[in-house]
Design a protein around this ligand. Sequence first.
Ligand code: GLN
Length: 485
Amino acid sequence: MSPAALPALNIGELQALLRRREVAPKMVIEALHDRITEVDGKIGAYLSFDFEAAIKEAEKADVNLPLGGIPIALKDIISVARQPCTCGSKILANYKAIYDATVVKKLRAAGAIPFGKMNMDEFAMGSSTENSSMQLTHNPWDLSRVPGGSSGGSAAAVAADQAIAALGTDTGGSIRQPAALSGVVGLKPTYGRVSRFGLTAFASSLDQVGPLTKTVRDNALIMTAIAGHDPEDTTCLDQPVPDYTANLERDLKGMRLGLPKEYMIEGIDAQVKAAVDGALMQLQSLGAEIVEVSLPHTDYSIAVYYILATAEASANLARFDGVRYGYRAENPIDLLDLYGRTRGEGFGPEVKRRIILGTYVLSSGYYDAYYLRAQKVRELIRQDFAKAFEKVDALVSPTSPVPAFKIGERTADPLQMYLADIFTNAGNLAGICGISIPCGFAKVDGKKLPIGLQLQGKALDEARIFQIAYAYEQSTEWHKEKPKA
Ligand code: GLN
């Protein structure tokens, strides 16, 4: 196989070549490097990579380990020792991580090679990667459009065959929505399934790390490596980790899938609706039964999410004050001036908006009216899902109401941007798991734009949504299509 063909392979394909010694791990890193040099000028997915370090690790990689010799790219909010970790923010532009995140340690233990730090919305706040303070990332299917966000660099790199697989983070949709808009597979694990130690916190009751991959099997493979208890993260569940690849081949006979009636709303793009309808028929033909379910508090989820996420962000981001981390304003006249100017100069406009909103909803006069009330409605949203999962094995819906939108189209109106997560953020509020898989294409301005199907499962039911996703994927051809160079 010519080295130039390697970046287009998935983990499974690459693993077979590595284990037969037809390809050395070092060749894969070199081939990716060439590919990045060739296309990333147009895409803008990478913020940094350490080629020398990756080559060194490749030279001693054990290809018989579960992810032996496989390079994996990381959203630039996940710490890799001695490498930059900018979080897409000027305030951390020159910051280097001092230790490996637990997920990075686990990837290394499984034989994988961390390679590349990927662009993202600043501190993971956004749905288009346009809030990055560093650069724009373009959708590989149409360079005038966004890749989704906030894990847009991770999604675009996997879609453009500049990365074999990547990790992202999902607080309200930031893995699933860019996976949908860029045409890859993205999983948000159950809250607490994957350690967040070494991940810069945005909203601690919602954040999860998860894989973005070319196939469902690749995704299950990475999850098997990164999931599990971590004494360094007290929110991390102490539950056994199954081999998520073990039951992928099971059929869907008798599987009950719920279609939330509140999700098939007006305002869904007609081509997205048609693709999801087609996927529902396909799932039925595979033996699944589709039943209508209700999630009555759906209408409140965006409001609740943006109260709780901003409240938590305002507390988490207080640490960036110019004293311990990153950027520090020059020649302060006193401590308050140091804090004020460091944060004023270091944070971008969306991050400031969130901190101000979050501080407001937590302030003594408004705490009961906003924060406390949002917590109560969050519980109702959680109960909606619990009731639905009494009747069905998983929920099925579009991932995003629209395909990739134009760069610049939604930046002037934050509310429009917030609505990009309308089908994903309730899953974070409820703490359940969800996956987005390719289910078709929209044709817009003569370009093909990917459409994502979301499957959500109850807490710790990743194996089941992987099984449904795999059965669907194997019976369709969508995941085999690639964006034109
Ligand atoms: N788009 C949502 C937000 O801006 C979700 C982001 C995320 O999941 N990190 O908060």
